[in-house]
Write a protein that binds this ligand. Structure first.
Ligand SMILES: C[S@@+](CC[C@H](N)C(=O)[O-])C[C@H]1O[C@@H](n2cnc3c(N)ncnc32)[C@H](O)[C@@H]1O
Length: 489
């Protein structure tokens, strides 16, 4: 992805968020950096009783020597034959070879690519039980990492278990007589498993650099599956008469972002796309909470449109309560890690001034559009020009790292602050600046409960308390969870 080199880190973050595939670096991150004693490819097989599920969705068991073993594909209470795949001094990892005593909650994974494509690693757990298990995991995670309890009334909102995902990145291989080995984005050889000369789409695999082709992905929306089965290959392969660059364009596999706007329109993006093609095929509009929001398939957008209105509602409620209690003021809304200005856009009718801060320049153009349209008023209200003008806030869309903006701009009023960082959580400088600011109510939206708990511990030391917490099952069949915290001081 040549044009991404300059902004490599942020591009990575963009896709980390909402990716249904487990981020292996995040799993058991508290063990990160310790000395690795060795990997076992065809490692030893042990019979283990699974104690509980841990962050990342694995079952946890104990070996006779006292080390814990994180077992992929196992559920609490089960007795499993486990092959060790990885060993360190004080923990190991393994994979279920055979379930000797199965949990009542175990089901047969629906997708034939379970365990192969790198996504949806929780398919062996009944869909209707997933939120219950994740709640237990998150309560324990929070206790362990933040030394605090999630509120009693913490709930996880759930939606469709399948066909929910409106955004994904796939790998496209054009139908040609190219060999099985090709170049991937990191210039490392990648093989399409069972490669044919037919155009096909795949996911980057779990255990290797191989690309796993698929015909249909059951967590993608019907619209995305139909697009991939239907017009996608033709659109991507293009018409060689129309575009003399086509042969160059598809001399390698390409990563393609696909996006379903929930209203029957599919957009897509791949690195190197011509501007005219970008304008025609990458840009889209999504209607949420009575707002029309512009985005494009190259930038971050939420990936579960079915459940998104519930998150929007919860954020709105937290904002309204902050304003009503006087804890925060309507003078200023600051939306940090704002993407295309999503939260600011749905809240803009409540504030006199709005600042959005986002590192990716590609988001800026959309944020400007999304925040330039006055909020809609009910038909029967007095929508005179004066009224609209009085409710049209002063808008500032900033393209910069949030931590730099916070350091350079003193927030000395009790502004309403929303942060929605990538999986890595808040940069240290950002957290310190928020603590030093006059913000008394912070709404923290997170796609990684581990970094959320870590950041909460620091806010708590600085005098913030957790007033409210909610979970959103944005990524069913995976161990990932979206969360919203309301922190007050
Ligand atoms: C999880 S997304 C949230 C976007 C937006 N709030 C939404 O709901 O659509 C995180 C966003 O933060 C941006 N980002 C990552 N690191 C950043 C940083 N240090 N400063 C500002 N933006 C950053 C990413 O580009 C991405 O758009």
């Amino acid at each position: 992805m040549v044009e991404f080199r300059r902004n490599n880190r942020s591009k990575q973050d963009r896709f980390n968020r909402g990716n249904s595939r487990p981020n292996r670096n995040n799993d058991h991150r508290e063990n990160g950096g310790r000395r690795e004693l060795g990997r076992q490819q065809g490692g030893e097989c042990l019979t283990l009783r699974i104690e509980k599920m841990v962050q990342g969705g694995e079952g946890m068991a104990r070996l006779e020597d006292g080390r814990v073993c994180f077992v992929a594909g196992a559920l609490p209470g089960e007795l499993c034959k486990v092959r060790l795949t990885f060993q360190k001094k004080d923990f190991t990892k393994g994979r279920v070879v055979e379930v000797l005593e199965a949990s009542l909650d175990r089901v047969k994974p629906l997708c034939p690519l379970y365990g192969k494509c790198g996504g949806c690693s929780l398919q062996h757990l009944a869909s209707e039980k997933q939120a219950e298990y994740l709640e237990k995991v998150e309560r324990e995670n929070f206790r362990r990492l933040a030394h605090a309890e999630l509120p009693e009334d913490f709930v996880i909102h759930t939606g469709n278990a399948w066909g929910y995902r409106n955004r994904a990145r796939v790998v496209f291989r054009g139908g040609s007589n190219r060999g099985a080995v090709s170049e991937n984005r990191n210039a490392v050889s990648a093989t399409f498993e069972g490669s044919t000369n037919r155009a096909c789409f795949g996911f980057r695999g779990e255990e290797s650099n191989n690309i796993v082709p698929f015909e249909k992905c059951p967590v993608l929306t019907d619209g995305l599956n139909e697009f991939l089965r239907g017009p996608a290959a033709t659109l991507l392969a293009g018409d060689s008469k129309r575009n003399s660059d086509d042969s160059r364009r598809f001399s390698r596999d390409i990563d393609v972002n696909i996006f379903d706007n929930g209203a029957g329109e599919i957009s897509f993006y791949y690195p190197g796309m011509h501007k005219s093609e970008f304008d025609a095929h990458a840009v889209s509009h999504v209607e949420i909470a009575g707002r029309k929001i512009e985005a494009d398939a190259s930038v971050f957008f939420q990936s579960n449109l079915g459940l998104l209105p519930e998150l929007v509602e919860s954020v709105r409620k937290a904002v309204d309560e902050g304003l009503a209690s006087g804890r925060s003021s309507d003078a200023w809304l600051i939306d940090l890690f704002s993407g295309v200005g999503f939260f600011a856009c749905i809240l803009q009718d409540k504030f006199k001034k709005i600042t959005t801060v986002e590192r990716e320049e590609g988001c800026l153009r959309h944020a400007k559009v999304n925040l330039s349209v006055p909020a809609a008023f009910p038909e029967d209200s007095a929508t005179s020009r004066d009224c609209v003008a009085s409710r049209t806030p002063e808008i500032e869309n900033v393209s910069a790292p949030a931590e730099d903006w916070l350091v350079e701009n003193v927030v000395d009023v009790p502004a309403t602050l929303i942060v929605d960082p990538p999986r890595t959580g808040l940069p240290k400088e950002a957290l310190t600046a928020i603590v030093k600011s006059s913000v008394n109510r912070l709404i923290y939206v997170s796609c990684d409960p581990v970094t959320l708990a870590r950041d909460f511990a620091k806010f708590s030391e600085a005098g913030f308390t957790l007033s409210h917490a909610e979970g959103f099952a944005f990524y069913p069949q995976t161990p990932h969870l979206e969360m919203m915290f309301v922190l007050d001081r």
